[in-house]
Design a protein around this ligand. Structure first.
Ligand SMILES: [Zn+2]
Length: 407
């Protein structure tokens, strides 16, 4: 039976063809009576078919699924047992390293399960978690968390699609045997090949090997790169150069890129143009970067966040990630991209109309991960969801519960 949901709103920027979808404009929303036939969303209609089942959608906004490109489920929710933590990125890495002694299978499962329940409640269809590499004293060994989280991902299939990205230091890839073993582990679970690079001495060889292995195994690449304010950091530029040299077909995502703030003028324009040409997507991670960067003592006077606006203007696909939640890297948070967007709005000066920015946590994030587009008018009805909010400022501020359109 056809369904008619009266007086519902859709963010216009999330429609591929707003004119064809119908309804009337209301700020950056489009409002009308929504017709749904089976699993197909027809659009707003003024002439509903006879016998349609009618409900009232007033006070609700129709949304596509959200996509979360950058998490750390191995670390999430470890803060309560850590005692006093604080300091910069290296202090957080040290504190988290000490906590790893407690990462039993059960502990990992419990914490990751809590995170996935939050992602499901937030309407996230796809999420990617990085996983710290190494086991015991061996920084190159496959961590137990890799296999435990792969099992958790299988258990959650059909509710939230969770994929994993390995996170060794980039220097690990400079050793061919280690690199081949890590790539095989990644391929085995359908993950993406990642590493972190912060001025590491063997970064050039490491990136070359990572691109080569990703091409041979058909893997996505996802780097934590230049998560610091030193102007000497060149990881992002090396990745762009390697992507262009090899003609890598992607998907290729770079997170953090904090040191991009040091580049200006021609230098910045050239690098962003190379990134756009190379098909590199850029992920800003406002919570962790605001918390850990600019720790020179006293109140921070730099935001420690990448140049998202300039990258978007240069044609780079840009997105937002939630990163750390209640661990040594960020002590607050919830696995909800709307909360991340709420933090990014003041941090990155994302001005109204807010409909312009929703793609950062839906369609753009999907593209960065190699997934298909997420326009409301091109998705089947079972993938859409409703949130109780009258406008986008209240949606982003209150992050209300989301439920499936067809529930
Ligand atoms: Zn991260």
């Amino acid at each position: 039976m056809p369904k008619l949901i009266r007086n519902i709103a859709v963010p216009r920027r999330l429609l591929a063809n707003p004119d064809r979808f119908g309804g009337k404009a209301e700020g950056d929303l489009q409002r009308g009576d929504l017709l749904v036939m089976g699993d197909q969303v027809i659009g707003f209609t003024q002439t509903p078919p006879e016998g349609a089942q009618v409900t009232n959608g007033a006070g609700r906004i129709l949304l596509p699924p959200l996509v979360e490109p950058h998490l750390h489920l191995d670390k999430a929710f470890t803060l309560p047992r850590m005692g006093a933590v604080g300091g910069d990125l290296m202090a957080a890495i040290a504190a988290q390293q000490a906590d790893k002694a407690r990462w039993s299978d059960e502990d990992l499962r419990t914490r990751a399960g809590r995170a996935l329940a939050e992602l499901q409640a937030a309407g996230v269809s796809h999420a990617r978690s990085h996983v710290d590499w190494g086991r015991g004293d061996d920084p190159h060994a496959t961590p137990r968390a890799w296999d435990v989280l792969a099992e958790v991902a299988q258990e959650w299939a059909g509710r939230v699609t969770l994929t994993l990205s390995c996170l060794p230091e980039i220097d690990a890839f400079a050793d061919p045997a280690t690199a081949a073993r890590i790539a095989a582990d990644v391929a085995r679970v359908g993950g993406s090949l990642g590493a972190w690079c912060l001025g590491h001495p063997k970064r050039r060889e490491g990136f070359a090997a990572a691109f080569d292995l990703a091409t041979r195994h058909g893997l996505a690449l996802d780097f934590h790169v230049d998560e610091g304010q030193e102007s000497s950091l060149d990881g992002l530029a090396l990745i762009a150069a390697e992507a262009l040299r090899t003609g890598f077909q992607g998907p290729l995502l770079c997170g953090h890129a904090v040191s991009l703030m040091n580049r200006q003028g021609e230098d910045l324009t050239r690098l962003l143009a190379d990134m756009a040409r190379a098909g590199i997507s850029l992920c800003a991670l406002p919570t962790t970067n605001l918390y850990l960067q600019s720790r020179q003592g006293g109140t921070p006077d730099r935001r420690g966040i990448t140049r998202l606006a300039e990258a978007a203007a240069a044609g780079v696909t840009t997105c937002l990630g939630t990163d750390n939640v209640q661990d040594a890297f960020y002590p607050l948070g919830r696995h909800d991209p709307l909360l991340t967007l709420a933090t990014a709005i003041p941090a990155l000066h994302l001005d109204p109309p807010f409909g312009d920015h929703l793609a950062l946590i839906s369609g753009n994030a999907a593209k960065a991960m190699g997934l298909g587009p997420l326009s409301v008018d091109r998705l089947p009805a079972h993938r859409l969801m409703l949130a109780e909010a009258t406008d986008l400022a209240s949606l982003i501020t209150s992050q209300p519960p989301r439920r499936p359109l067809l529930a």
